[in-house]
Design a protein around this ligand. Structure first.
Ligand SMILES: [Zn+2]
Length: 339
């Protein structure tokens, strides 16, 4: 599978990087893979247009395909391809993860794998299966505990994870697979070309799933738009978020959880400025220590937020929290991933 790459290193001066948009052969000469562990030769593909047919209306529309770098077509013959450790060497990672996700079959024959190798070599991460497993096991957990499982109100589902190893494992495995893939490829366009995210009947775009460190405001607005609030999440939307952790000690909440705060973002909604404060909640000290080893981490979780309110004390600036519960070490990794 050929990975599209948006920038490359100049062969004549390897300290210099060029974007695919600005590249010209006559000016820049030969180019190399931007992963410094790799540096294999690449070739350039110029901007082009492509006709895309709308399946419903039957109308054809012309779309622009941005320029990019890729392996030259001769790479199969010459063997000059991405190194095994190169982040643009997508194939083996994808194949391994597709194989791994087959484990979900152990839970039931009817369950589809979280990740399948598609016909066009697009892997599908089926987020809805992941969330349904959590919901099913939570309902069971709830009815066993208070004998009241039929109130039809699944307000905690997908927000509170269940401590059942049997149900948790497939979720954690797919979280890990998604994280390692994001961490290696990172580029949203590239990810969306290789992986489709499904949620129920609809597909989730990478823009609604992966939020980089400078996109916390977009994440907050997304959660508000879908009413994914604490204690009453509207829908269970898993996301992957990059966080820069504050180097302050974890606090203990009134419920006995440990709380690790990430660096906040200052935002403005036109009238006032406010802070977005992402935080991770964990129950266990060894997990806390594992998280705090990292400065930048990528977390896969089902976040919730709250509406923006004026603080009771005018001395403080208004702020909103984005809360993420982490119950397993496979829900997070260093970003970019260290290998
Ligand atoms: Zn490479």
């Amino acid at each position: 599978m050929g990975v599209k790459i948006d920038r490359a290193i100049l062969k004549k001066n390897t300290s210099e990087t060029i974007t695919a948009q600005k590249y010209t052969k006559s000016e820049h000469g030969d180019v190399l893979c931007p992963d410094r562990r790799c540096l294999c030769p690449l070739s350039h593909v110029s901007t082009s247009t492509r006709n895309v047919k709308n399946k419903r209306t039957g109308k054809t529309k012309q779309v622009q395909v941005d320029s990019f770098f890729r392996l030259p077509s001769s790479s199969k013959k010459t063997g000059k391809t991405h190194s095994l450790r190169c982040r643009y060497n997508g194939d083996p990672v994808l194949e391994k993860q597709v194989a791994m996700s087959q484990e979900i079959k152990k839970l039931g024959e009817d369950i589809e794998p979280l990740l399948v190798g598609g016909g066009k070599k697009v892997a599908e991460y089926r987020l809805h299966i992941l969330m349904e497993i959590i919901r099913a096991s939570y309902t069971k957990f709830k009815s066993e505990n208070d004998g009241d499982g039929d109130d039809g109100d699944d307000k905690f589902s997908g927000y509170r994870y269940v401590r059942s190893q049997k149900h948790l494992k497939p979720f954690i495995k797919s979280a890990k697979a998604i994280l390692s893939f994001i961490s290696r490829i990172g580029d949203k366009n590239e990810l969306s070309r290789m992986i489709a995210l499904r949620y129920g009947e609809s597909s989730i775009s990478w823009n609604d799933f992966l939020f980089k460190n400078d996109e916390h405001e977009a994440l907050y607005r997304y959660l508000v738009e879908h009413k994914q609030f604490a204690y009453a999440p509207g829908r269970n939307r898993p996301v992957a978020v990059v966080l820069k952790l504050k180097q302050t000690p974890a606090k203990e909440t009134q419920f006995g959880d440990l709380q690790i705060e990430a660096v906040s973002t200052e935002c403005s909604d036109g009238e006032r400025t406010f802070l977005i404060r992402p935080m991770i909640f964990i129950e266990d000290h060894s997990l806390m220590n594992a998280i705090r080893k990292h400065k930048h981490i990528l977390v896969c979780a089902v976040p919730t937020t709250e509406m923006l309110n004026e603080p009771a004390n005018p001395k403080y600036r208004p702020s909103v929290r984005i809360k993420m519960k982490v119950i397993d070490r496979h829900q997070f990794c260093a970003f970019p991933m260290q290998r």
